[in-house]
Design a protein around this ligand. Structure first.
Ligand SMILES: [Zn+2]
Length: 312
């Protein structure tokens, strides 16, 4: 049995034919068309191209940013350039007579980890994707938390500081406004622009807008004081947020995904220490913080997991 997994991102749509073991047998990707009609046509063509005449196709799973109604596959909220697609039913964009399931991209990532990765056999899991923004998903007592409007699990918008920086969601002081590639890059930009003494200023004086989150982590591991300050402050905020989440959800593990996790031990070790002392009073155990296992496959295979999870 095979399923089609589709990962709709702001810049690219990736799709793949996935088997029951989570292996991607064939895959393809296109740039995300911004025009809604072009988007619909391109998506349909991509699906037909990959599915071919596969008689065994169990269904199509779709992961997408924003808020997706899992019951109806309706796109409720889709920030950014694809906003005109709000209100569309993803199932109607699939030109095949097979079951279609759709969910938010972080929930899709957790679905993949649950079937084939770090969450296998678990019933209580928190997942955070640490990229340009912060996504999240929660598995509680074996069930995905969705809430009344499908918003549950948007952990990037956990409020850390009531009067903190304004977030894209309109709230102030969200986790995403402190720990995300965008937030870390913005802080480095301000420091370099102001002429602070730092390796980052030496390297990016002419083009502070080119600093990436990775540059900040690299400079920090080279011993640069300013980069360390930025990295450590962001990491402390993430740790505080995770500590709060552990007290709320009491999970077996926390799975971390997204590009920033590539920083490895430079991120995970201080994070574990900080989360540890913040939570030891009530939890009395060290909750493992583990890196997502599906990695690059997470979007496409995770989307297909929505189908396999229903056909076990
Ligand atoms: Zn927010």
């Amino acid at each position: 049995m095979k399923a089609l997994g589709i990962d709709i991102g702001g810049t690219r749509i990736k799709a793949g034919l996935v088997d029951r073991q989570g292996r991607i047998l064939r895959q393809t990707a296109i740039e995300t068309p911004i025009d809604p009609e072009e988007f619909k046509q391109a998506l349909a063509a991509l699906i037909l191209d990959l599915a071919g005449r596969d008689e065994e196709l169990a269904g199509v799973g779709i992961g997408c940013k924003g808020i997706i109604d899992y019951e109806t596959t309706r796109i409720e909220v889709l920030p950014g350039l694809l906003r005109p697609l709000e209100g569309a039913l993803l199932s109607e964009l699939v030109p095949l007579r097979v079951p279609v399931r759709a969910d938010n991209d972080a929930k899709v990532a957790l679905a993949g980890e649950l079937l084939w990765g770090a969450a296998r056999g678990r019933r209580n899991v928190v997942l955070l994707t640490l990229g340009t923004g912060v996504g999240g998903a929660v598995l509680a007592e074996g069930k995905f938390l969705r809430g009344v409007g499908g918003v549950a699990g948007h952990l990037g918008h956990y409020t850390l500081e009531p009067d903190g920086p304004v977030c894209i969601c309109g709230n102030h002081g969200c986790l995403e406004a402190y720990f995300s590639a965008d937030a870390i890059e913005a802080e480095a930009f301000r420091a370099v622009h102001a002429g602070c003494i730092s390796l980052l200023t030496d390297r990016f004086k002419q083009h502070p807008e080119r600093i990436t989150c990775r540059d900040v982590f690299d400079a920090a591991s080279e011993g640069d004081e300013l980069a360390r300050l930025i990295r450590d402050r962001a990491t402390r905020h993430l740790a505080a947020a995770i500590a709060g989440l552990l007290h709320i959800f009491d999970p077996e593990i926390v799975i971390l995904g997204g590009q920033i996790v590539e920083a490895g031990a430079a991120l995970l070790e201080p994070l574990e220490r900080e989360v540890g002392w913040r939570t030891r009073g009530l939890l009395r155990r060290q909750v493992p913080l583990v890196v997502q296992q599906m990695q690059d496959r997470s979007g496409v295979a995770g989307a297909a997991a929505l189908i396999f999870a229903e056909n076990r």
